[in-house]
Design a binder for this molecule. Structure first.
Ligand code: NAD
Length: 362
């Protein structure tokens, strides 16, 4: 046995249960192939939890997650719960889970599969071969800094305030994730800030530069965020790993994701200092196609591959899943969202079966 892991499964809402079921069947096959034992425990979150318990993140779900080695989440949300008060909304459950697990680093890869290069809105020669990873700080910066709010001023005008702040410790821990992620990839790290204008960014730049001494095998560069946004669209292949704060990362990860053109293909990982990480597709619960066996399970499956690589340290198993995704695309298998002329249209379960078929003969 090369490993034994407790995995919490949070299928959630909409297409969540469909893509989760495909992923679990695939992990069972991966477990056999690589001699890994997965002990799965399922729990409710989001709308499914509201229906079952009245709240989007029951204490029991959080406890199960905390007691596991990794958490796989499919998606939450749907029309049915859209009009509930904010604290009872499915999204509140997801935010509570991220906070409850102390997940401060969000990893979002944007990989262009050669077979899907035409799905991008950018020219083929610009995006072909793109493989970018954005490491975004998730629990600090302007979304959380104090003071914040809308205040009355002496002139009677209201003034909206948010505060961008990072402590040295906050910068160091996300920079470390950035360097280690770059080490697991091609060894290039670009730190993005706004140090020409913001003091908080100057501290960020100083700390990241300082940490580079501990990682002589990583080639570090710095870019201002406005330039980074331009460069991502102009020449994305120059990037490998990007590390940045919460606000800049929010924007840059969406830009890099859109280079690929297909939301059904994008996985993500959120990591904490210790304790389990959370692995989930970038897309939502797609209520418009839920229950119709039309969902693309590949973002969820690729999230499981990230779990194997970044949390469980099983790179061979992760490679096997990623290779399988490439192989099924290569032979022309497509779900509706990535369908093009002459390809084989498959449902969600058939795509899962196709993956298992290729993994067995890899
Ligand atoms: P969405 O990502 O669910 O859907 C956007 C479009 O992409 C839809 O047309 C959908 O059919 C399609 N799509 C998404 N994933 C797909 C897949 N795997 N296969 C095929 N097609 C796919 O975003 P939305 O419509 O803005 O939101 C729907 C619900 O999801 C909302 O309740 C929202 O709050 C929630 N949401 C949840 C998360 C999450 O769980 N992390 C993220 C975003 C949105």
């Amino acid at each position: 046995m090369t490993g034994q892991y407790r995995i919490t499964l949070l299928p959630g809402d909409g297409i969540g249960p469909e893509i989760m079921s495909v992923t679990v069947e695939l992990l069972k096959v991966i477990g056999e192939k690589f001699n890994i034992q997965f002990d799965f425990t399922e729990a409710v979150i989001g709308g499914a939890a509201i229906d079952a318990t009245g709240e989007p993140l029951p204490a029991k779900t959080l406890e199960i997650c905390r007691n596991s080695d990794a958490v796989l989440l499919a998606a939450i949300g749907g029309y049915k719960w859209d009009n509930l008060p904010r604290h009872q909304r499915p999204e509140t459950g997801l935010l509570g889970l991220r906070a409850g697990l102390g997940l401060f680093a969000n990893l979002r890869p944007a990989t262009i599969f050669p077979q899907l290069v035409d799905a991008s809105t950018l020219k083929r020669e610009v995006v072909e071969g793109v493989d970018v990873m954005v490491v975004r700080e998730l629990t600090g910066g302007i979304y959380f800094g104090q003071p914040k709010g809308i205040f009355a001023t002496e002139t009677g005008q209201k003034r909206g305030v948010n505060t961008m702040g990072y402590t040295e410790a906050e910068i160091d821990r996300i920079a470390k994730v950035g360097f280690e992620t770059a080490q697991k990839r091609s060894g290039k790290l670009c730190s993005v800030d706004k140090a020409n204008v913001l003091d908080v960014s100057q501290l960020w730049r100083d700390r990241v530069t300082n940490m580079a001494q501990e990682y002589p095998d990583v080639e570090l560069s710095h870019l201002y965020v406005d330039n980074a946004a331009m460069q991502l669209v102009r020449a994305p292949k120059q990037f490998d790993t990007i590390v940045t704060g919460n606000l800049f990362g929010d924007i840059l990860s969406d830009i890099s994701a859109m280079l690929t053109g297909s939301i059904g293909m994008l996985p993500s990982a959120s990591l904490g200092a210790d304790g389990p990480g959370l692995f989930e597709p970038v897309h939502g619960s797609a209520p418009d196609i839920a229950g119709q066996n039309k969902a693309n399970p590949l973002a969820m499956v690729l999230s499981a591959a990230m779990m194997l690589r970044y949390e469980l340290n099983q790179p061979q198993a992760a490679n096997s899943i990623e290779k399988a995704v490439s192989q099924v695309l290569e032979r022309g298998d497509r779900t509706g969202d990535i369908m093009s002329e002459g390809m084989n249209l498959l449902g969600c379960t058939a795509m899962g079966e196709a993956l298992i078929e290729v993994i067995k003969i890899q």
